[in-house]
Design a protein. Structure first.
Length: 277
């Protein structure tokens, strides 16, 4: 069974030969009165050697796994998949932590360069379905921040960043930290710098809290949103209680009619807050 488990690990890691053999067994094998049987005509010499090591017996033009062992093989594959997934998540989590420490927060990027980089990011991943949760979360966060006098926080599930592998994850972090200047925050601060932390909602779904950059004005947010998809998430955002140094911009609202109603609503709420006092 150790050989079968190792074969499953190789298949989950993308090894073509291992994946082909497992798919062949599952798709072409059949249960008979003597056990689980596959024809040998489509098997390579290496495949046949592996089957014999796993207990298959050659009978004329077939290989047979005697008795009722095949369900145990399938259960082993299932548990191996869980084990592989957990190991993969640990690896990605460590890679994410390393990336968060290595990518500097927003340095030397002006507004035109920022919009150009975001435009290129949106173009590259325009047809990638795996990026949709991240993109919708980001768009919702930027829109949530518009016309508010406090910095906003975005509670983002870790798997949104890690589910597409290391290369895409690094692109996400470069965009969030290196281009947009977001901070990954915690309740603890050390030496007046934000401490990187991952707060777990439960053991399976860690949550990262990103805080909006104080350098992004409403005008800058609007320009960034103009090059991103329109679809957005509607939850996971809240105000941090930290004052936003960038003032609200009624001129920007007039130049961007799609945000005018939102600006008027914020202005009315701001006025009513003084009345209540």
């Amino acid at each position: 069974m150790d050989i079968w488990k190792e074969l499953c690990f190789k298949a989950f890691n993308g090894e073509e030969a291992a994946n082909h053999l497992i798919l062949y067994l599952e798709g072409c094998g059949k249960l008979t009165g003597t056990g689980f049987t596959v024809t040998k005509s489509a098997l390579s010499n290496d495949d046949r050697a592996l089957l014999e090591q796993m207990g298959f017996i050659q009978q004329e033009d077939e290989y047979t796994l005697p008795g009722d062992q095949w369900p145990t093989f399938l259960e082993t594959k299932r548990t191996t998949r869980v084990e592989w997934h957990e190991q993969r998540q640990r690896e990605l989590r460590q890679q994410l932590n390393d990336t968060l420490k290595q990518v500097p927060v927003l340095g030397g990027v002006n507004e035109q360069q920022r919009v150009a980089i975001v435009t290129e990011f949106a173009r590259r991943f325009a047809t990638d379905a795996g990026v949709i949760p991240f993109m919708r979360g980001l768009v919702g966060f930027l829109r949530f921040q518009l016309f508010k006098d406090q910095l906003a926080d975005w509670q983002c599930y870790e798997y949104v960043l890690t589910q597409n592998g290391q290369e895409v994850m690094v692109e996400y972090v470069r965009l969030l930290q290196g281009v947009l200047g977001f901070h990954l925050v915690s309740k603890q601060e050390q030496e007046q710098q934000v401490v990187i932390s991952i707060e777990a909602a439960d053991q399976d779904d860690p949550i990262l809290t990103w805080r909006m950059s104080e350098l992004l004005s409403d005008h800058a947010l609007s320009d960034i949103l103009s090059v991103l998809p329109k679809d957005q998430a509607v939850s996971g955002y809240k105000l941090s209680g930290i004052a936003r140094p960038v003032r609200l911009s009624p001129t920007m609202a007039l130049h961007h009619p799609q945000y005018l109603v939102q600006w008027i609503r914020h202005l009315l709420l701001h006025c009513f807050s003084f009345i209540r006092k």
